[in-house]
Structure formats: structure tokens, C-alpha cells
Design a protein around this ligand. Sequence first.
Ligand code: BG6
Length: 473
Amino acid sequence: MSHENQVELKQNTLITFPALFGLYRDNFLPKDVRIVGYARTKMDSVEFHKRATQYIKGSDNEETAAKIEEFKKISTYVSGSYEDAESFQTLEKHLREIESAYKGSERHRIFYLALPPSVFIPVAANVKQNNYSTDGVNRIIVEKPFGKDLPSSRELLSALKQHWSEDETFRIDHYLGKEMVKNILVLRFANVALSAPWDKNSVSNVQITFKEPFGTEGRGGYFDEFGIIRDILQNHLLQVLSIIAMERPVSFAAEDIRDEKVKVLRAIPPIEPSDTLLGQYVAANGKPGYLDDDTVPHNSTCPTFAATTLWINNPRWEGVPFVLKAGKALNEAKVEVRIQFKDVTQGIFKDISRNELVIRIQPSEAIYLKLNTKTPGLYTRALPAEMDLTYKRRFAEVKIPEAYEALILDAIQGDHSNFVRDDELDVAWKIFTPILHWIEGRSGPRPIPLKYPYGSRGPKELGAFIDKYGFKR
Ligand code: BG6
């Protein structure tokens, strides 16, 4: 199976169907909804149901098992090619058969293209030409990669726009569906205590970090074409940055939010090589190195780790470094934002810890504020302590939805707030394209990434790198 197909299979069985099931189980899907799988693989409905439900968690529970059986009844499958109109006409027949059983005149259709990039445009075109509902709303959900740099992204955008309007298009960045990322807007704009010091006068630096404890594990062929910057920084971490840094939107309406995100991104100049540190993991702790993966070229210089500093040239953030870091095969799984405030004026207190607001996106969602407090007892000394809002403790009863559940529901409801708009994508590529081209050796020799052992904290040079941008431990 090609790497592209593996990615596609993983996306659908591991993520999309479990998310659809989660929405179904919790009664969030519209009453008459039907789900139709479409792919090249020929299989009967038994095999399709087996694949679609294999990663649903909790199937040993009787109630969940019964719901899975119900879910299978609303899910069917059609196989066909991605290029021939005929296949999509077969799909159309199937859709009409389903719809004919329902009363009422509205036939809304949402097409979710979790597909390899190479077939993305032919499928978008075919679906538009053969499966567009004339009696209802049509929407298309698309997944990254949205191109590999600014020119290829623009090409893809304009090819898609020939068939689908921006209003019909929902570009997924699944980080925008994560509970703690969605919480940033509320934290910032519903708390005067936080919104007041949210600028260059109080903030020293911002660190946005993504750490994964596993390597490319069989996905090396795919990963090598993209690298960690395209995989994580240009989309997920930049999206988080834009919400941390944007101005207050006029309202919570999707276009108001997205206008502000675009505005702040436009104030960021392209990344400089001198603000960037690249790494690649090597074998350690009994785990293989990146280059030991058979699907990776033996001399690949593809970075599996990157730290890079972005600057925002606007009055709020001028001079504040936003450090984005992401790596595979590190010592832990963690995604967090750390907003480190400036030192207190030297005077009555010297050498005390800085305030820091930490938003832990995963695992174990939490917000904590590091404060200095008086050491309890008969002293007047400042002691660093934390105000800790760990979700598991504070909201123990609440189930945190999966990112894809939240996003699919938004798409069903036509809410674009948590999807990437065309101009947002364009400006994201403007920021990252020069550094990507530099890494790929288009302007000189390819930079050699620093080595770091599998399971470590990243290249040993990372400490000095973040110190350079004012981070204090
Ligand atoms: C995907 C990347 O977009 O995000 C993967 O392609 C990465 O390489 C994944 O593992 C991480 O998502 P999450 O939700 O597990 O943090």
C-alpha cells in the first residue's frame, strides 16, 4: 500500500468514523443523517462496517456496542475510482436511493475529503459535477496538506475555487477543534485580569510547544516530503499563535474572528534562518533513528524537530519573541502554550521567579498561573506557587469532545469560526515559504539538522536557543 493510502486509511478509520460515531452516540447528528463511505477499495458492507468501527473506544460496554450496531445501520459504502465521472454517478444513484426514503424536500450534503493530495482536485471536481445537491446546502470539508509552499497552495486554492465557493469550503486544522485552543478566546476576552497584561509591556516571551514521544514509525516516506515545519508549525502552532496574539474581534461571528487572525498574521515577517534551529532524531534507547526508517532516503536532511521565533510587528507585540517548537521522538507527549511575563522591577524583591501563564492543550487539559506568594510562616519571602485549573479535577464530570467531533459538528451547523480561511492559509505560507525553501537547499546548500537522541528533549542546543529569546527557567 502506498504511503498516501496509508495516511488516508488511518485518517478515516482512526479519526473520522470514531468522531462521527461520537456525535451519533451523543445525539448531535441531525435526525435523518446518513453516512456514506466512498473509496477505491472494493469491500462488502460487513468489511466496511468492521473497518469503520474498529477504532471506536469502549465497544466492550454493552450500551456502546448497541449504539455501534445502530450506527452501522446508517452507514453504507460505495467503491469507485477517484477520476472517472461514472463512479461518481454510481455514488449519486446510491445517494438518491437513500434520500428517496425521506419525506421533505431538503437534501443537504457534506462531502468530507480525507484523501491523498494527488487525487484531491479530481475528486472535488467530480463531486461537484455529479453529486451536488440542487435541493439543499452543499459543503466540502478538506484536510491538510494544502500545498507545500505559497505557489503550490495558491494553485490548489484556485483549482478548488473553480468548483467550490469559500462559503462552501471547510478547511480543517484539527488543533482549532481542541478544547483548550477554543478556550483561548474565552480566557483572553472574558477576563480583564488576563486581557490587561496581554501585551509587550508585560509579556517577555511566548513559547508554543508540541512534543511527541514517537518517531515517524512507518510514515517516514510521507513525512520526508513534508518535514516537521509543514506537518506541525505552519498550521497547528501558527493557528494557536494567531489566537493568542490577535486583537479582540468585534463579535464571535466566524468572519470577525478570522479577520482578526489574518490581520495579526499579516504583521509577521517571513522567518529568518538565524531565528531557526533544526534537528533530526537518531537511534537511542533501543529505538531506531529517522534515517533507519526504510521509507526515508538514507541521506535525508528533513527536520523532525524545529524551533523558530516569529516576530509580530504591531503595537501590541513589537519585540516580543513567539517561539514555536515541535518535534517527533522526544521524551514526552505534550502540547502547551507558556506566556512568560517580565521580571518584577528590582527593588524589594530580587531574583524571584517570573509569572507565567501555562495553557496545557494536551495531555490532561489545564491552565495554571505561576505566581509568587509569601512563604507561609514567620518569614516574608516570595515563594513560587501555582494557581492550578486542571480540568480532570475541576470538571471531572464533563467529557471533553475530540477535536474532530467539534469540527464536524461545526461544519454540519455551517459555522466557519474554527476553519482556516483562504487568505489565512495564504499568509501562513508567506511566513513559512522562504524558510522551507532554504531548508530544501533552493538558495544554497541544505542546512544539516542537529542530531538528537530518540526519547530526548531535542537537540542539546535548544536550551541556549530559547535563552537567547529571553526565556527564564
Ligand atoms: C497531524 C500531523 O496533523 O497532527 C501528525 O500530521 C501529528 O504528524 C498529529 O502526529 C498530532 O495531532 P494530535 O491531535 O495527536 O496532537
